[in-house]
Design a binder for this molecule. Structure first.
Ligand code: TMO
Length: 319
């Protein structure tokens, strides 16, 4: 049987096996699980929602950018975000948790890194990579206007103080922030086809590492002081003279009222645990194999019932 037929088959069987115990949730107000704008998050948010549904909860999936999500979580408009990445979200997350209106619902096993990245062939154009200092001498190879000397760094739609870092490290680069993750992958594909130098935002775990050989730029090692103390680091006058964390955390965030309102959903959320393999696998299904988000969600649930059912505490199961 082909993989997709097989997974459809397993999905049908699973539908019949799904424990539905709606009595757990007398109040049928929907739990709102936020959908952000990168593939693994979209699928794993839906996976989380389907787990809640199997427990009898009603679930909605509001879209939010990573910036807008905090206000919605704080006010209980939305309730859950399943992939909070340290490199792009730690500052806001920590501020929210300190406010006591958003809670830390636990850390996944996956270790994360988000930073400037290039496909391996770029080293032929810029000797000395992945050391960031190599970029000082070869910014112009990343230029997009002929004869221009400043390089193009392609960023995604997740706000990072990239311009501050470029300034603090004395690099001659301009940030070109594209509106969607898909635009990053199109730019990568095009550059690769034409053997053109490119440096862009990427992260791990992701599908990219399974398909393209490449490396992150090695900026000066991250240190929290890099964001708070200008004197720290290679540039004594500026913040942001460092890279993002290399063994970053990945967390779940929840509205602080969730534990009381939906205790079993909250306990389940605390146990939900994504590995690097789960994240890169589901991302590859969509971004590389071109499966739909919904099919990828159903496939993961169908193939991994032992894993996700183990996340539902015994005391929250019927009988
Ligand atoms: C939050 N992200 C994984 C896109 O860097």
């Amino acid at each position: 049987m082909s993989v997709s037929i097989k997974s459809a088959f397993v999905a049908i069987i699973l539908l019949y096996q799904m424990p539905v115990f709606a009595q757990n949730n007398k109040d049928q107000q929907p739990i709102r699980v936020i959908i952000n704008d990168w593939t693994s998050q979209i699928i794993l948010a839906k996976v989380t929602g389907k787990i809640f549904t199997s427990m009898g909860y009603v679930v909605e999936y509001p879209f939010s950018t990573t910036n807008q999500q905090w206000g919605a979580l704080k006010h209980g408009i939305d309730h859950v975000q399943v992939e909070v990445w340290q490199g792009t979200m730690s500052e806001m997350f920590e501020r929210m948790v300190a406010s006591k209106l958003v809670v830390d619902a636990g850390t996944h096993d996956a270790k994360t890194r988000e930073d400037w990245w290039y496909p391996l062939y770029v080293e032929d154009f810029c000797p000395g990579l992945p050391d960031w200092r190599a970029l000082k001498n070869c910014a112009s190879v990343f230029s997009t206007d002929k004869g221009g000397d400043s390089g193009r760094y392609i960023a995604g739609p997740w706000e990072k103080p990239e311009a501050a870092r470029i300034r603090a490290l004395g690099l001659n680069f301009k940030v070109d922030a594209v509106p969607t993750a898909q635009d990053l992958w199109v730019a990568l594909e095009n550059a690769k086809k034409k053997n053109q130098p490119i440096v862009l935002f990427n992260w791990t775990p992701n599908w990219v590492e399974a398909v393209y050989e490449g490396k992150f730029i090695e900026f000066p090692d991250y240190d929290p002081q890099c964001e708070t103390n200008p004197e720290w680091g290679v540039n004594p006058r500026f913040h942001q003279d460092c890279g993002n964390p290399k063994n970053g955390w990945l967390k779940k965030a929840a509205w602080a009222g969730m534990e009381k309102k939906w205790p079993c959903a909250f306990k389940t959320l605390q146990k939900i645990n994504f590995s690097s393999k789960i994240i890169s696998t589901v991302a590859a299904w969509v971004d590389f194999e071109k499966m739909s988000y919904q099919d990828a969600t159903d496939r993961w649930l169908a193939e991994n019932p032992k894993i996700w059912q183990s996340w539902i505490p015994q005391s929250c199961k019927p009988g």
